[in-house]
Design a protein around this ligand. Structure first.
Ligand code: DCM
Ligand code: DCM
Ligand code: DCM
Ligand code: ZN
Ligand code: ZN
Length: 268
């Protein structure tokens, strides 16, 4: 996701964390005043991966599932994560580091920012797919602009949902999703979303999250394959058909992030 998606995940999480979790992460993040203490750092990892210091984390933002959409979607950790790591192992490893609390102050802050970010990226279907580098090499058009399928899911569809890309748009979108979680269509789903979520089983939990995202590649992202998406414009019917999935993935990962942060704070 772009900043809008990551900030919205973080703002949904902000709503559902326990007060002691808020206190803990405000301390870790060195931000005890702002209500946007999670949203403010949610996109930091995408800047850091472009620096010399953070370059090693490039592969941690996705998992290149070597499946065959739309015929077959699946994630195999042995096959797809590899020596260099992936979003599943990274989310699990940084969670474990935060729980074991052997990190110094600066390392803790980085680990927290990465957990907040990867909990979002793992919900982007094309971050859980190898085909055409997660869709980056699928050339498409969106509202008349030349782009690629990965960017359509990172940016165009989220921005079409909120009609913008600012922090204020993220707040408005998060407010809608929070309502849907508290009193709307997601209300009965949340228990299932976080079933089995435990820090001592976090790699399996993250793998299940990646598999859910990857399944969307076959059913929503390219149900008829990639080629048909390269003709025509994705700004109309395609985007309309994808919005529900994007909303669900952002809401779900925001709620899951809240429970993950609670579990990390409780383990201190
Ligand atoms: N990406 C991905 N899978 C890959 C390579 C990249 O999901 N195999 C993601 C990371 C960024 C986006 O695609 O969100 C664009 O990557 P880059 O800027 O490195 O081209
Ligand atoms: N919806 C909502 N909050 C908004 C806008 C819409 O809860 N601010 C609901 C109404 C529809 C669903 O979301 O049930 C689909 O909206 P859209 O047509 O924007 O995808
Ligand atoms: N929603 C949203 N922004 C919109 C439309 C909907 O955040 N523009 C959220 C709130 C809805 C939820 O998506 O309740 C699910 O939509 P639906 O009511 O169609 O299931
Ligand atoms: Zn991306
Ligand atoms: Zn990322």
């Amino acid at each position: 996701w772009g900043p809008l998606g990551h900030e919205t995940v973080a703002l949904v999480a902000t709503e559902f964390v326990l007060p002691e979790t808020r206190a803990f992460f405000q301390e870790v993040l060195g931000d005890n005043s702002s209500t946007d203490y999670l949203a403010a750092v949610a996109s930091w990892a995408d800047d850091w991966k472009k620096t010399d210091e953070g370059a090693f984390s490039y592969n941690y933002h996705f998992i290149d599932a070597l499946d065959e959409p739309p015929t077959s979607c699946n994630v195999d950790l042995e096959r797809d994560c590899g020596e260099s790591g992936c979003v599943v192992s990274a989310l699990a490893n940084y969670t474990t580091h935060l729980v074991q609390s052997e990190l110094n102050r600066e390392e803790r802050e980085i680990a927290a920012k990465l957990v907040i970010h990867f909990a979002g990226d793992i919900g982007q279907p094309l971050h859980c797919e190898n085909l055409a580098r997660g869709g980056n090499d699928i050339a498409v058009t969106f509202d008349g602009e030349a782009t690629n399928l990965h960017s359509v899911w990172d940016y165009n569809i989220p921005e079409a949902i909120t009609n913008g890309s600012t922090r204020a748009d993220a707040h408005a979108w998060a407010a809608d999703l929070i309502t849907a979680i508290r009193a709307g269509p997601y209300r009965c789903k949340t228990r299932n979303w976080v079933a089995g979520l435990r820090v001592d089983d976090i790699e399996d939990v993250a793998l299940r999250w990646a598999r859910e995202s990857n399944e969307d590649v076959c059913t929503v992202v390219m149900p008829e394959g990639a080629e048909v998406l390269e003709v025509g414009d994705l700004g109309g019917e395609y985007a309309e058909g994808a919005k529900g999935t994007v909303k669900l993935q952002i809401a779900k990962q925001g709620y899951r992030l809240a429970k993950l942060l609670d579990a990390i704070a409780q383990a201190q």
